[in-house]
Design a protein around this ligand. Structure first.
Ligand code: AMP
Ligand code: MG
Length: 266
């Protein structure tokens, strides 16, 4: 299994295991080649390899990669996308963001809008939020009954199983920051003119549901980490570590997939 290695082992949620997020230190840096400087240096060289693998996946044109990013507000979904995927060929790569369902989306089953965004053959798609919102924000705010949430874990596993059987490899990443780090980042957004555009009053209101979100994350991790679509919890207080770890995980999976340029018929 691509996820069953040394560094990755400490970040992966082994299928069927119980999860205690309070025991996973958001400020830790497991497997990093060193401190900030050494890790950023290695991150730079990781890029060329990752970009090469993406190009080959697109050229091969038969298999797909779906990266699911979930996190509490300010944990760094946007920054991860900006940094980790910046070397990718925009042809063959796409970001799909999931917001509050529209009237049309809400009139369908919760996977309807999600299925429409999965990668086509050869493509890499990054989900900025995902179908997991339907067991997270909905649970925290009681938008749907508990028995519906419980059923959704199985429905999600079946859906991801279908994608996997059809040739899509899934990487699911939960960016994990601390309560104090979130306070710092919200304050930064409130006061830094270059970050103010990201600031929403709602972030402060959502912050008061911190414990409920941690509980919802825990239930999600325990119920939907599977051998074909395992979750990784990424310590994300240090952005330099977050970028390195996410890239490392993608490299390991793509190395295992080992996509090939099609035989040239010259
Ligand atoms: P942002 O990612 O900052 O643009 O915010 C998107 C918002 O949409 C977040 O507050 C999410 O919790 C919310 N959202 C995304 N998916 C769903 C969903 N299925 N049901 C309810 N709210 C959702
Ligand atoms: Mg946001």
């Amino acid at each position: 299994m691509w996820w069953d290695g040394d560094m990755v082992t400490s970040l992966v949620v082994h299928p069927g295991s119980s999860v205690d997020l309070s025991k996973r230190d958001p400020g830790s840096t497991p497997g990093a080649p060193g401190g900030r400087e050494a890790t950023e240096a290695e991150f730079a060289t990781q890029h060329a390899r990752l970009a090469d693998l993406q190009e080959r996946l697109w050229a091969e044109g038969t298999r797909e990669l779906l990266v699911v990013l979930q996190a509490i507000d300010t944990a760094g979904k946007d920054g991860t996308i900006r940094h980790v995927f910046r070397g990718f060929n925009p042809t063959g790569t796409r970001v799909a963001a999931f917001r509050v369902p529209t009237e049309l989306e809400a009139a369908h089953d919760f996977l309807w809008r999600v299925h429409a965004q999965v990668p086509r053959a050869g493509e890499v798609v990054i989900f900025n939020r995902s179908h997991y919102e339907d067991v997270l924000v909905t649970r925290v705010h009681g938008l749907v009954p508990a028995h519906v949430i419980r059923a959704r874990y199985d429905q999600i596993n079946a859906f991801e199983r279908l994608l996997h059987d059809e040739g899509t490899r899934l990487v699911k990443l939960l960016l994990h920051i601390s309560y104090d780090e979130q306070a710092r980042r919200i304050e930064e957004r409130r006061t830094d003119p270059l970050k103010a555009w990201k600031y929403k009053e709602a972030d402060l209101r959502e912050r008061s549901y911190w414990d409920d979100y941690q509980a919802a994350f825990t239930a999600m991790l325990e119920n939907t980490s599977t051998a074909h679509a395992p979750w990784h919890v990424i310590p994300a207080n240090h952005k330099w570590y977050r970028n390195w770890a996410v890239t490392e995980i993608l490299l390991r999976l793509l190395d295992e997939m080992n996509p090939q340029y099609p035989q040239a018929s010259l």
